[in-house]
Design a protein around this ligand. Structure first.
Ligand SMILES: Cc1cc2nc3c(=O)[nH]c(=O)nc-3n(C[C@H](O)[C@H](O)[C@H](O)COP(=O)(O)O)c2cc1C
Length: 178
């Protein structure tokens, strides 16, 4: 098989773990939401999640000042909100109103849960050491909520450049990972 060169700038599309999430923050009294896909698990329990958030985003300052967020996991029925929240800034836009998302109070953090998402993870910042170099925030999940009806949710996974893969069939195999 002959393989062709693959641009380094597109490598992220091969490795993006997904799912694409809607990350909510709260700055003073103002909630905001941004689309986020550069995230990775770092520990089982308590769950630790690494999130790369660009310092050009309005959400960045909210994360730095509050040290909290909610990771809300949408399914493909929220695709318009996923694209919209990733292409507008909370500096000028109330994205909840614009994209039909309902904020709900969380239990442990000020940032809101998004009602329309099937899962919501309330997070606090536990390590900001890699923020100056990589914009990488390490969060601990304090509380997780899930819609019991959504067993195998059709989550969205970013392939890069506006292409998304939808989660499909689940198969169960012997695995050393729990
Ligand atoms: C599919 C998708 C995935 C994205 N993933 C990230 C990401 O992982 N990190 C990031 O900093 N921005 C990401 N963005 C861009 C932000 O969502 C975008 O800059 C947004 O306007 C920031 O909103 P804010 O200024 O209200 O914080 C993504 C956008 C899209 C459409």
């Amino acid at each position: 098989m002959t393989k062709k060169n693959f641009p380094l700038s597109d490598v992220y599309g091969l490795l993006e773990p997904g799912p694409v999430v809607l990350l909510t923050t709260q700055r003073k009294d103002k909630p905001n939401v941004m689309t986020h896909s550069w995230l990775t698990m770092l520990e089982f329990e308590p769950p630790l999640v690494g999130c790369v958030i660009s310092n050009r985003n309005y959400s960045f300052a909210a994360l730095e000042s509050s040290g909290e967020c909610v990771i809300n996991i949408p399914t493909s029925h929220l695709q318009a909100a996923v694209v919209g929240c990733g292409n507008t800034s909370g500096r000028r836009t109330n994205k909840f109103a614009k994209f039909g998302l309902t904020p709900m109070p969380a239990k442990y953090v000020q940032a809101p849960l998004i009602k329309e998402c099937f899962a919501n993870l309330e997070c606090k910042l536990v390590d900001a050491d890699m923020v100056p170099r990589y914009n990488l925030f390490v969060f601990e999940v304090l509380k997780a909520w899930i819609d019991p009806k959504m067993d195998h949710a059709p989550t969205m996974h970013h392939r890069g450049s506006g292409a998304f893969m939808l989660a499909g069939e689940t198969i169960t195999l012997q695995s050393k990972m729990k």
